[in-house]
Write a protein that binds this ligand. Sequence first.
Ligand code: CP3
Length: 358
Amino acid sequence: MPTTPLKNDLFLRALRRQPVERTPVWLMRQAGRYLAEYRATRARAGNFLALCKTPELACEVTLQPLDRYDLDAAILFSDILTVPDAMGLGLHFVDNEGPAFHRPLREPADIARLPVPDPETELRYVMDAVRTIRAALAGRVPLIGFAGSPWTLATYMIEGRGSRDFVHAKRLRYDAPELLEQLIGTLTQATALYLAAQARAGADALMVFDTWGGVLDPDGFRRFSLAPMTALVARLAELAPGVPVILFSKGCAAHLPALAESGCAALGVDWTVSMAQARAAVAGRVALQGNLDPAALFAAPAAIRAQAARILAEYGRGSGHVFNLGHGIIQGTPPDHVAALVEAVRELSPAYQHGAPG
Ligand code: CP3
């Protein structure tokens, strides 16, 4: 991949905890249904999966939030469930219910015969999207590639859809932990190849969404979420050296000190913990990304600004903070409230960064 010099590398500098003039900001699910232009492009594609599988349209929706707001990073428009889809589970989306698989994992033999997809063939449409977006960005901001964590992918593959109690996945965790470990091992291998291919195609940083890490018991978290993510980060250090990795384990504030030992560059933080506590927990080992409650974006702009000010003050002075939400933007979020947040971070954050007086 030819390297276009980045015009704005604040995000990458913050991940490396190097000096920045202001705190970079991007938002999980910054492209999505809260934007009218996204709904229009999605309608042209026909449905969400078709949008993901058409690189030119995936590129278009990736850039939409950047054209509206002064964001410091772009994130590939795709989904974490592309990997199990490429493993043959048959991903589809049920209206108002979210993702589901035609062929969820039901028998031990289903796990044993899962293939590890070759990203450049079976997931070629994702790599083409990365290449297309990278070219369209022309160095404007860095591009984030992503994947689901092995545990989070396993929950969808075993349950067959989203879940509240994770009964099937957890039964496997308690009844047949070796079998779950086998599944997670295959997913770790597949995810390492997938993320390394995204880096080769032009992703500047990689993020792992461990959305359901927080539903595990502490031993389960260490064995089925943290250990495989640590192995994944180590493999990526070989396959994509120098590309920073962000791990986001939702609902896992108690595990921040352990996560900080994983070898990642940064940890995502949800809104249940203050950035001051999170910073103390990781003790300078990694950068932090977060952590506004996405529901706060439904409040008035003045309240949003006050919350942004609080979070910046809680992180305090110095680099190593990437401003973000604690989870994805909620459907129905007023787009002008997102503008108010991004503006507030731009205006208020220089006081905490390099070159600020005092
Ligand atoms: O952050 C971004 O802008 C990048 C895009 C992105 C999407 N999904 C687009 C999407 C990312 C990073 C994801 C990750 C993802 N997908 C996760 C982990 C992060 C998280 O939010 O916890 C999970 C668990 C999934 C699985 C998934 N995909 C679910 C549960 C849903 C349904 C949610 C819903 O609101 O209906 C999706 C669909 C999906 N992925 C949409 C988008 C924009 C909505 C699709 C649409 O109807 O247009």
